[in-house]
Ligand binder design. Structure first.
Ligand SMILES: Nc1nc2c(c(=O)[nH]1)N[C@H]1C(S)=C(S)[C@@H](COP(=O)(O)O)O[C@H]1N2
Ligand SMILES: [Mo]
Length: 391
């Protein structure tokens, strides 16, 4: 039996569906702190979010090819019970390389500072594969303020890289590991350099729990997501999550940075594109937050706009955000209910808002705990705009 509150929610949901064309089953209301101040209020629809320079991109459709291919995830329909991204909606950055022949005998060459070079087959990996949990992936170039849809969440199955390296007879001089994947495309890219590899310290590999993934959401990796094997580095930007992995090399502190590391230096917040891998900071995602939809509600006291948003990234618990609706306005507290504890995925927050007048508002968030690093929030990177016609 649904509780009275759930019942109110679902009938409100039915109302929302009728005024939000084409979106019927996708909407579910975010559970705010108890009690819900909008319980019993009437949902009127959704107000579109945009942003300066926002593109009007179609969602869940592969656009372009090779290194220029993109598929954007629609973040607007996330709800507490639907936080994982279905595989066919998971963002794509770089589609299956047309020069890559699918091979049954795929193997990864492990070489460099190891006692003896060896190859590990997909069958070997499959025999060791284990569930690795649910993790968010975000492209470091997730820069479309219309949506920020180069970001998704999936559950993964694979083999931890530190476990694999324990069996690789690594020589004492090795301090770092290079992971490389197939990256040759017949078409010259407009936006990106070919060559996909990243160098990690051995410590980064074990503290992040980096793993070679064979499955996402319980199915073998689809072609565009790195079939048959890709790297996932929990908490790091997607540029380090090498797809179509075919090489692992043990290296030392003299190893030059890869073209991929140099290409993504600015987007991973490096001071510059250093020559040596050892000068690169971890390509970690700091705590970030952005609105994903704005719901219009008629409450007894008048119109209320409910800003629904996500928080992701970082490694530490966060229990409070602050939201601002224009540069000249103060910040208002957004308590996170419950506090954010699982930093592997995004979680939802809401803020009920009564705009003082019609107009354009630019919504940004910050974390009041100044001991938490928020490089992109500090840059107002995830600011989104909304036009309010009626208050
Ligand atoms: N071989 C290869 N791996 C790659 C890339 C690439 O171009 N080639 N792009 C990287 C980037 S920039 C991102 S954001 C992620 C995207 O993974 P996805 O397409 O499965 O979402 O893959 C990474 N792995
Ligand atoms: Mo990316």
């Amino acid at each position: 039996m649904p509780t009275r509150r759930e019942f109110l929610r679902s009938s409100a949901l039915a109302g929302l569906a009728s005024v939000w064309p084409g979106a019927t089953p996708r909407v579910a209301l975010q559970a705010p702190c108890e009690p819900d101040p909008l319980a019993g209020a009437q949902p009127l629809g959704i107000v579109r979010l945009g942003g300066t320079g926002a593109g009007d991109v179609p969602f869940h459709r592969l656009l372009g090819s090779g290194l220029d291919a993109r598929l954007f995830t629609d973040l607007a329909d996330l709800s507490p019970d639907r936080l994982a991204t279905p595989t066919d909606r998971f963002y794509v950055r770089t589609a299956y390389p047309d020069l890559l022949e699918p091979r049954a005998d795929w193997s990864i060459r492990i070489h460099g500072l190891v006692r003896s070079e060896r190859r590990i087959s997909i069958a070997d990996l499959r025999a060791q594969a284990e569930p690795q949990g649910t993790h968010l992936l975000e492209c470091a170039g997730n820069n479309d303020p219309g949506n920020f849809g180069l970001m998704s969440v999936a559950s993964w199955t694979g083999v931890r890289l530190d476990r694999l390296l324990e069996r690789a007879a690594v020589l004492p001089g090795a301090t770092r590991v290079l992971v490389a994947g197939f990256d040759r495309h017949s078409q010259v890219s407009r936006t990106s350099l070919p060559g996909a590899s990243w160098i990690f310290t051995l410590d980064e590999i074990s503290t992040t729990g980096a793993f070679l993934a064979l499955e996402m959401n319980g199915e073998p990796l689809p072609r565009d997501h790195g079939c048959p094997v890709r790297l996932i580095v929990p908490g790091w930007y997607g540029c380090a999550a090498i797809k179509w992995v075919d090489e692992i090399a043990l290296v030392d502190d003299a190893a030059p940075a890869t073209t991929q590391m140099r290409e993504f230096a600015a987007r991973t917040h490096q001071a510059r594109a250093f020559d040596l891998a050892r000068d690169y900071e971890a390509a970690a995602i700091d705590v970030a937050a952005t609105p994903i939809r704005i719901e219009r509600w008629r409450a007894r006291a008048g119109l209320v706009y409910r800003v629904v948003g996500i928080i992701w990234g970082g490694q530490r618990p966060v229990d409070m955000l602050e939201i601002r609706f224009n540069a000249t306005e103060p910040y208002y507290p957004v308590p996170l209910c419950p506090p954010r504890r699982d930093h592997r995925i995004w979680s939802l927050w809401t803020h009920d808002w009564r705009p003082p007048s019609p107009g354009i508002y630019h919504i940004s968030l910050r974390v009041p705990d100044s001991s938490i690093r928020t490089r992109r929030l500090d840059l107002r990177y995830y600011t989104r705009s909304v036009r309010i016609d009626e208050v």
